[in-house]
Design a protein around this ligand. Structure first.
Ligand SMILES: C[S@@+](CC[C@H](N)C(=O)[O-])C[C@H]1O[C@@H](n2cnc3c(N)ncnc32)[C@H](O)[C@@H]1O
Length: 193
């Protein structure tokens, strides 16, 4: 094949991939639903690593991040452990940022991001659920978490599940903010106190 044809094919491939990515990001499925129940604050990366380790994430696991923010939890899990991920956020900006992050980190074959109110979801497919939400949101989620299959892991950042006995509690100082954070691990079926 001549050099000109080669350059043409490469350029066509770049144009195709750019259009494909732009189409994926300019999704028409993102809209205003309602005010989020909590504002976005990202879990520091050293805590994300620790949470994934506590949950013993492994290849093939399906991780659900409820209120996924910028998608960091699912992206790191996919990169480090080859796990699949589904991220849900109600905030259009967060959904867009997560999708951009997934594309930038080349984990689109493992991680999908959806706009949804987490309280409407069926969670029964999930193997691992990291949570960084307010205590009353965790309590409101309990009915859904009770439907997880046995052996699923839930790891909470800062606020645990009220009335449920954790399997492990870890307090650590993050190098990102020099503040103390507490992490709670639960395994299903949940153990009522
Ligand atoms: C504290 S941030 C945690 C972000 C991420 N999970 C992390 O740990 O880095 C909480 C996220 O929940 C989202 N959120 C709040 N209420 C929600 C709801 N009802 N359904 C879905 N997402 C919600 C917010 O938009 C925000 O991105």
């Amino acid at each position: 094949m001549g050099q000109n044809a080669n350059i043409f094919l490469r350029s066509a491939r770049v144009v195709f991939l750019t259009l494909w990515a732009a189409n994926a990001l300019a999704a028409d499925d993102i809209k205003w639903i309602r005010t989020p129940d909590v504002v976005y604050v990202g879990t520091p990366y050293d805590l994300v690593s620790k949470m994934l380790k506590m949950a013993q994430v492994k290849p093939g696991d399906l991780v659900y991040d409820l209120g996924c923010g910028d998608g960091r939890m699912l992206i790191l899990a996919a990169q480090k452990y080859g796990s699949r991920g589904k991220g849900y956020d109600i905030d259009p900006e967060r959904v867009k940022a997560s999708r951009e992050n997934v594309a930038r980190n080349n984990v689109g074959h493992l991680v999908e991001i959806f706009q949804a109110d987490i309280f409407t979801l069926d969670l029964s497919e999930a193997d691992v659920i990291p949570l960084y939400l307010l205590p009353e949101m965790n309590t409101k989620l309990l009915q859904q978490l009770d439907k997880l299959k046995p052996g699923s892991r839930i790891v909470c950042h800062q606020y645990g599940l009220e009335g449920i006995e954790p399997d492990e509690t870890v307090t650590m100082i993050s190098h990102e903010d020099n503040a103390s954070h507490t992490l709670y691990l639960y395994t299903t079926p949940l153990k009522r106190r």
